[in-house]
Design a protein around this ligand. Structure first.
Ligand code: NI
Length: 169
């Protein structure tokens, strides 16, 4: 197990569509362990494989309801098969530095996925937990939460990042 570097916008890997996982082998288990460690170390409530440069359909989420609790949920090849209602909640992302913003998403979703052994499962999530899953699944499609903001807000953020990057050089 080891901590991995979290890539940040505008890294091109974050924009790639992740490929399906077909082998539930030792290297996948190692990657899941690394992602879990990296998520809790950050700390974050969720992490998608593309965020550490692995463009595959894998996410880890902290499903604990307790403030400092840890209940790791691993989803392989997750797909939203039902959505209902809408809600607006504040979001941030380990790959999008220095920004949190209100994002409109579905209120309730049902996700089909495989666990780390390859077993097919379904889960229904609501409210904040549903937001986290939608955010992480977006990463597998090359979508970041800033893509849900207005064109103006997104443009302002891109400008800010350009400035930050120029200042570092
Ligand atoms: Ni994110």
């Amino acid at each position: 197990m080891s901590l991995r570097t979290i890539l940040t916008f505008p890294d091109p890997v974050l924009r790639k569509k992740a490929i399906k996982v077909t082998e539930f082998d030792e290297s996948l288990q190692g990657l899941i362990a690394d992602m879990t460690d990296t998520m809790y170390d950050a700390p974050g409530v969720g992490l998608a494989a593309p965020q550490i440069g692995e463009s595959i359909q894998l996410i880890v989420v902290n499903a604990s309801q307790e403030a400092d609790g840890r209940d790791t949920l691993v989803m392989v090849n997750p797909e939203i098969i039902e959505k209902e209602g809408s809600q607006v909640d504040e979001e941030g992302c380990l790959s999008v530095l220095d920004l949190t913003a209100s994002v409109k998403r579905s209120k309730k979703i049902t996700v089909s996925y495989q666990d780390k052994t390859g077993q097919s499962l379904e889960m229904t999530a609501e409210d904040r937990f549903s937001v986290i899953l939608q955010h992480e699944i977006d990463h597998l499609h090359g979508v970041l939460f800033i893509d849900h903001l207005s064109t103006l807000k997104r443009a302002l953020y891109k400008k800010k990042i350009k400035k930050m990057m120029a200042a570092k050089q």
